[in-house]
Ligand binder design. Sequence first.
Ligand code: BTN
Length: 243
Amino acid sequence: MRIIKLNAIDSTNTYLRQLSNIGALEDYTVVVTKHQTNGRGQMGSEWKSQEAKNLTFSVFKDVSFLKLNSTFFLSLVCSLAVVRSLEQFMVPKLKVKWPNDILSESKKICGILIENVVKQGKVKATIIGIGLNVNQTEFKKLPQASSLLLITGVVYNTDELMKSILKNLKYFLKYLEENDHEFLINEYEKLLFRKDKPSSFKSLDDQIFSGIIKGISPNGNLIVLLEDNILKEFDLKEVSLLF
Ligand code: BTN
């Protein structure tokens, strides 16, 4: 496994994508940095992380076996891998807020940015960016954010956490390569934040509505029970779950 350690970079995802454009990369090429100057989050947001306190890294993986309409399963795989690792580090009350925010005690401790390399309508590879709040203790203007240190009182070694996440990523990616979607869905549903509880959602056109998360459909959509007992499926671009 090739691990590229950088003191600072704009974004490990951006860097890894640029690297993959230059030449073929081997699976599990990793870029990790102490400091991102332009860390990116989901939906064009920014990912801020205090220098040298947290884990910010990206992983390259060839996923040409994956159909374009199955890329959501990468969210399942990554969420399961991070949660499995954090369980092993005794982090309490872990949940996944759809699609792939990792929560502990209902606070966000980890964000995942998955960027797929698609060529001529086919998925070629994926770049999985993981930002785990480890030893940072102040989150100004981010009331929903927390870190492993704030939650457990333990100072963690970011290298050990990364090694563990990489091991678990390999483990869960095997299920995806073997097309065992059912296993991934079952494991993921066990971790779903606010499953079977009334929750608020925001649609693409900024409409707020309420519903109850029932689970994940075989094609990876979120199943929500709406008013009048209507079951509706949403894909990741259609709605976001509010806290
Ligand atoms: C989110 O929850 O919005 C996703 C955050 C993802 C952050 C990680 S940090 C490492 C990698 N590089 C980036 O620029 N973003 C991801």
